[in-house]
Design a protein around this ligand. Structure first.
Ligand code: SF4
Ligand code: SF4
Length: 200
Protein backbone atom coordinates (compact mmCIF):
# COMPACT_ATOMS: atom_id res chain seq x y z
CA UNK A 1 0.00 0.00 0.00
CA UNK A 2 1.24 3.53 -0.89
CA UNK A 3 1.68 5.71 2.21
CA UNK A 4 2.37 9.46 1.95
CA UNK A 5 5.62 10.61 3.41
CA UNK A 6 5.51 12.49 6.70
CA UNK A 7 7.17 15.55 5.13
CA UNK A 8 4.45 15.84 2.45
CA UNK A 9 1.65 15.54 5.00
CA UNK A 10 3.29 18.21 7.17
CA UNK A 11 3.65 20.56 4.20
CA UNK A 12 0.01 20.03 3.22
CA UNK A 13 -1.22 20.75 6.73
CA UNK A 14 1.01 23.81 7.03
CA UNK A 15 -0.21 25.33 3.78
CA UNK A 16 -3.82 24.63 4.77
CA UNK A 17 -3.58 26.91 7.79
CA UNK A 18 -1.03 29.51 6.53
CA UNK A 19 -1.92 32.65 4.47
CA UNK A 20 -1.78 32.42 0.67
CA UNK A 21 1.58 33.10 -1.00
CA UNK A 22 -0.09 34.54 -4.12
CA UNK A 23 -1.47 38.12 -4.30
CA UNK A 24 -5.19 38.87 -4.39
CA UNK A 25 -4.92 40.53 -7.81
CA UNK A 26 -7.22 41.76 -9.43
CA UNK A 27 -9.35 42.24 -6.29
CA UNK A 28 -6.44 44.00 -4.58
CA UNK A 29 -4.40 46.06 -7.10
CA UNK A 30 -0.71 45.31 -7.24
CA UNK A 31 1.53 48.39 -7.49
CA UNK A 32 4.57 47.67 -9.63
CA UNK A 33 7.98 49.01 -8.55
CA UNK A 34 8.94 52.55 -9.68
CA UNK A 35 11.47 51.23 -12.18
CA UNK A 36 9.01 48.82 -13.84
CA UNK A 37 8.54 49.65 -17.54
CA UNK A 38 4.83 49.47 -18.33
CA UNK A 39 2.57 51.41 -20.68
CA UNK A 40 3.83 54.73 -22.08
CA UNK A 41 2.24 58.06 -21.14
CA UNK A 42 2.39 61.36 -23.01
CA UNK A 43 3.54 64.55 -21.30
CA UNK A 44 1.90 67.49 -23.04
CA UNK A 45 4.47 70.07 -21.92
CA UNK A 46 7.38 67.97 -23.18
CA UNK A 47 5.77 66.83 -26.44
CA UNK A 48 6.13 68.96 -29.58
CA UNK A 49 3.94 66.78 -31.80
CA UNK A 50 6.75 65.78 -34.18
CA UNK A 51 5.42 62.24 -34.66
CA UNK A 52 8.79 60.48 -34.26
CA UNK A 53 7.28 58.14 -31.65
CA UNK A 54 4.68 57.00 -34.20
CA UNK A 55 7.36 56.42 -36.85
CA UNK A 56 9.59 54.29 -34.63
CA UNK A 57 6.84 52.26 -32.96
CA UNK A 58 7.41 48.65 -34.14
CA UNK A 59 3.78 47.64 -33.62
CA UNK A 60 2.21 50.75 -35.22
CA UNK A 61 0.43 51.45 -31.95
CA UNK A 62 0.49 55.24 -32.47
CA UNK A 63 -1.66 57.05 -35.05
CA UNK A 64 -1.43 60.70 -36.04
CA UNK A 65 -4.59 62.64 -36.93
CA UNK A 66 -4.33 66.16 -38.39
CA UNK A 67 -7.58 68.14 -38.21
CA UNK A 68 -7.37 71.08 -40.61
CA UNK A 69 -10.70 72.49 -39.38
CA UNK A 70 -9.68 72.80 -35.73
CA UNK A 71 -5.97 73.19 -36.54
CA UNK A 72 -4.99 70.41 -34.12
CA UNK A 73 -2.76 67.36 -34.40
CA UNK A 74 -3.73 64.42 -32.23
CA UNK A 75 -1.43 61.51 -31.45
CA UNK A 76 -3.38 58.47 -30.32
CA UNK A 77 -1.59 55.54 -28.69
CA UNK A 78 -3.51 52.29 -28.59
CA UNK A 79 -2.46 50.24 -25.55
CA UNK A 80 -4.02 47.13 -27.07
CA UNK A 81 -1.25 47.19 -29.73
CA UNK A 82 1.57 48.39 -27.47
CA UNK A 83 4.30 45.92 -26.53
CA UNK A 84 5.85 48.27 -23.92
CA UNK A 85 9.15 48.09 -25.80
CA UNK A 86 10.15 51.67 -24.95
CA UNK A 87 11.25 52.71 -28.47
CA UNK A 88 8.95 55.75 -28.34
CA UNK A 89 10.58 56.99 -25.12
CA UNK A 90 14.09 56.24 -26.34
CA UNK A 91 13.68 58.04 -29.68
CA UNK A 92 11.52 60.99 -28.49
CA UNK A 93 13.38 64.04 -29.80
CA UNK A 94 12.73 66.13 -26.69
CA UNK A 95 13.31 63.20 -24.28
CA UNK A 96 10.32 64.54 -22.36
CA UNK A 97 7.27 63.89 -24.53
CA UNK A 98 6.55 60.26 -23.71
CA UNK A 99 7.74 58.01 -20.93
CA UNK A 100 7.01 54.46 -19.86
CA UNK A 101 4.98 54.38 -16.66
CA UNK A 102 4.81 51.58 -14.12
CA UNK A 103 1.22 50.84 -15.09
CA UNK A 104 0.79 47.47 -16.73
CA UNK A 105 -2.85 46.38 -16.35
CA UNK A 106 -5.11 46.50 -19.35
CA UNK A 107 -7.96 44.23 -18.59
CA UNK A 108 -11.13 45.11 -20.45
CA UNK A 109 -13.48 43.32 -22.84
CA UNK A 110 -14.06 46.63 -24.66
CA UNK A 111 -11.08 47.52 -26.87
CA UNK A 112 -12.71 50.88 -27.70
CA UNK A 113 -12.89 51.92 -24.03
CA UNK A 114 -11.24 55.30 -23.25
CA UNK A 115 -8.67 53.68 -20.91
CA UNK A 116 -7.27 51.73 -23.88
CA UNK A 117 -6.06 54.97 -25.50
CA UNK A 118 -3.52 57.60 -24.53
CA UNK A 119 -3.62 60.88 -26.45
CA UNK A 120 -1.88 64.21 -26.74
CA UNK A 121 -3.02 67.19 -28.80
CA UNK A 122 -0.91 70.01 -30.27
CA UNK A 123 -1.55 73.11 -32.42
CA UNK A 124 -0.85 72.46 -36.08
CA UNK A 125 0.95 74.84 -38.45
CA UNK A 126 -1.00 74.98 -41.72
CA UNK A 127 0.60 75.88 -45.05
CA UNK A 128 -0.76 79.22 -46.30
CA UNK A 129 -0.39 78.09 -49.90
CA UNK A 130 -1.77 74.53 -50.11
CA UNK A 131 -3.70 74.45 -46.81
CA UNK A 132 -2.09 71.22 -45.55
CA UNK A 133 -0.76 70.76 -42.03
CA UNK A 134 3.01 70.30 -42.08
CA UNK A 135 4.30 70.60 -38.48
CA UNK A 136 3.20 71.58 -35.01
CA UNK A 137 3.88 75.11 -33.78
CA UNK A 138 5.72 73.70 -30.76
CA UNK A 139 7.97 71.74 -33.14
CA UNK A 140 8.86 74.91 -35.07
CA UNK A 141 9.67 76.67 -31.79
CA UNK A 142 11.82 73.71 -30.74
CA UNK A 143 13.82 73.97 -33.99
CA UNK A 144 14.04 77.75 -33.66
CA UNK A 145 15.47 77.52 -30.15
CA UNK A 146 18.10 75.02 -31.23
CA UNK A 147 19.17 77.14 -34.20
CA UNK A 148 19.54 80.34 -32.19
CA UNK A 149 20.01 83.49 -34.32
CA UNK A 150 20.27 81.41 -37.52
CA UNK A 151 16.56 80.66 -37.20
CA UNK A 152 15.69 84.20 -38.36
CA UNK A 153 16.86 83.26 -41.87
CA UNK A 154 13.84 81.00 -42.26
CA UNK A 155 10.45 82.69 -42.75
CA UNK A 156 8.50 79.93 -40.93
CA UNK A 157 10.67 80.29 -37.85
CA UNK A 158 10.53 84.07 -38.06
CA UNK A 159 6.72 83.97 -38.16
CA UNK A 160 6.73 81.46 -35.32
CA UNK A 161 8.71 83.97 -33.26
CA UNK A 162 6.17 86.69 -34.10
CA UNK A 163 3.36 84.41 -32.95
CA UNK A 164 4.94 84.32 -29.50
CA UNK A 165 4.29 88.05 -29.11
CA UNK A 166 1.26 88.84 -31.19
CA UNK A 167 -1.55 87.24 -33.14
CA UNK A 168 -0.50 86.47 -36.71
CA UNK A 169 -3.46 85.79 -38.96
CA UNK A 170 -2.77 83.44 -41.88
CA UNK A 171 -3.63 84.67 -45.37
CA UNK A 172 -6.34 82.98 -47.39
CA UNK A 173 -5.32 79.99 -49.50
CA UNK A 174 -4.73 81.04 -53.12
CA UNK A 175 -4.99 79.11 -56.37
CA UNK A 176 -1.47 79.98 -57.55
CA UNK A 177 1.91 80.66 -55.99
CA UNK A 178 3.22 84.21 -55.84
CA UNK A 179 6.56 85.71 -54.84
CA UNK A 180 5.06 87.06 -51.60
CA UNK A 181 4.52 83.45 -50.47
CA UNK A 182 8.25 83.28 -49.72
CA UNK A 183 7.64 85.14 -46.48
CA UNK A 184 4.63 83.17 -45.30
CA UNK A 185 4.11 80.09 -43.17
CA UNK A 186 4.55 77.57 -45.96
CA UNK A 187 5.17 73.80 -46.09
CA UNK A 188 8.49 72.53 -47.54
CA UNK A 189 6.87 71.42 -50.82
CA UNK A 190 5.22 74.80 -51.47
CA UNK A 191 8.36 76.66 -50.34
CA UNK A 192 10.36 74.74 -52.92
CA UNK A 193 7.78 75.54 -55.63
CA UNK A 194 7.74 79.20 -54.57
CA UNK A 195 11.54 79.49 -54.73
CA UNK A 196 11.67 77.77 -58.13
CA UNK A 197 8.87 79.92 -59.60
CA UNK A 198 10.57 83.05 -58.24
CA UNK A 199 13.93 82.04 -59.75
CA UNK A 200 12.66 81.11 -63.18
S1 SF4 B 1 7.96 65.06 -28.96
FE1 SF4 B 1 8.27 62.92 -28.39
S2 SF4 B 1 6.26 62.24 -27.67
FE2 SF4 B 1 5.91 64.12 -28.80
S3 SF4 B 1 5.45 63.47 -30.89
FE3 SF4 B 1 7.67 63.85 -30.82
S4 SF4 B 1 8.57 61.84 -30.34
FE4 SF4 B 1 6.36 61.72 -29.85
S1 SF4 C 1 6.30 51.19 -26.04
FE1 SF4 C 1 6.91 50.34 -28.05
S2 SF4 C 1 5.04 49.40 -28.84
FE2 SF4 C 1 4.39 50.79 -27.16
S3 SF4 C 1 3.90 52.72 -28.20
FE3 SF4 C 1 6.05 52.85 -27.54
S4 SF4 C 1 7.22 52.17 -29.35
FE4 SF4 C 1 5.10 51.48 -29.65
Amino acid sequence: MFLPKIREVTEALKSLFSPAYTTKFPFKPYVAPEEYHGYPKYYEDGCIGCGTCAQVCPTNAIDIFDDLITGKRKLVLNYASCSQCGQCEEKCITNEGIKLSNEYVLSTPDLKAPEVFETVEKDLAICEVCGKGFACHDHLLFVKERLGAKAYAHPNLLIETQRQFTEVKPSAIKDHIRREDLIKMVCPVCRHKTVVSDEF
